[in-house]
Design a protein around this ligand. Structure first.
Ligand SMILES: C[S@@+](CC[C@H](N)C(=O)[O-])C[C@H]1O[C@@H](n2cnc3c(N)ncnc32)[C@H](O)[C@@H]1O
Length: 225
């Protein structure tokens, strides 16, 4: 039997969110803390993703793949978003997310589903986000992701395969913290060309690239007209 990825995330995601985003209260407000080595680039990635997406969300529907508890929806409260759909294969994450919005205003424009990229039927939506997800996918899952996303707008951060001391430190950290026991299920580094090739094979053109020192080896690939 292969490694159980779903179980890996069932056990990890709630503590991961709390730690990386410095969550301290029920509001699920992501805090920026540059002293937090593992979290600061992820907090920046979170905030920057919202900043890049917001101009494209007026009256639109967004699908957040690998959404965890759907925490990103909080970041979009000041937009005129039509609907937020979140999907994640972790049942713990989705039930926690549903619990947080139950009976609140947020519930009206938010639907959370348990499902994987392979089996989930994408709802009608305009923009697709997958934050912190592409580095966990095999090539066939990446192909499925782009096939199902096309021709929508997207924002897909990746862990970029490029010469970087922080990437090297990251790979050592990953190995010692869980990689030695996760049978090779660790974040994968991709070149932008590798991912763009998969996207172009399904029809995308003019995919844009965004890098920033605070993202370290993280890089955004996005398609907005
Ligand atoms: C690093 S976490 C990121 C969570 C959230 N997007 C964020 O950035 O805060 C990766 C998430 O992707 C989910 N995930 C990984 N592979 C998936 C797949 N094939 N289908 C659905 N969800 C997946 C995991 O359960 C986990 O919640």
């Amino acid at each position: 039997m292969g490694f159980d990825k779903k179980k890996f995330w069932e056990n990890k995601i709630l503590a991961w969110e709390k730690d990386r985003y410095r969550l301290e209260d029920d509001e699920s407000t992501v805090k920026t803390d540059s002293s937090h080595i593992a979290g600061s680039s992820l907090q920046f990635r979170f905030e920057k993703s919202a900043e890049l997406l917001k101009p494209h969300l007026d009256g639109k529907k967004i699908l957040d793949i690998g959404c965890g508890t759907g925490i990103f929806y909080n970041e979009l409260q000041d937009t005129n978003l039509a609907h937020y759909y979140g999907v994640d294969f972790s049942e713990n994450a989705i039930s926690e997310g549903k619990k947080k919005i139950a009976g609140t205003e947020k519930e009206k424009k938010c639907s959370l589903f348990v499902g994987s990229i392979e089996d989930f039927d994408f709802p009608e939506c305009d923009v697709v986000l997958a934050l912190g997800v592409l580095e966990w996918l095999e090539n066939d899952e990446l192909e499925t992701l782009f096939k199902k996303t096309y021709p929508r707008k997207f924002l897909f951060p990746i862990a970029e395969k490029r010469v970087s001391i922080t990437r090297w430190i990251h790979s050592i950290y990953v190995f010692f913290s869980y990689g030695w026991k996760s049978q090779g299920y660790v974040p994968k580094y991709h070149t932008t060309d590798e991912i763009i090739k998969i996207a172009e094979a399904v029809g995308y053109r003019d995919i844009k690239i965004f890098r920033h020192p605070r993202l370290r080896f993280g890089t955004f690939l996005y398609y907005f007209d």
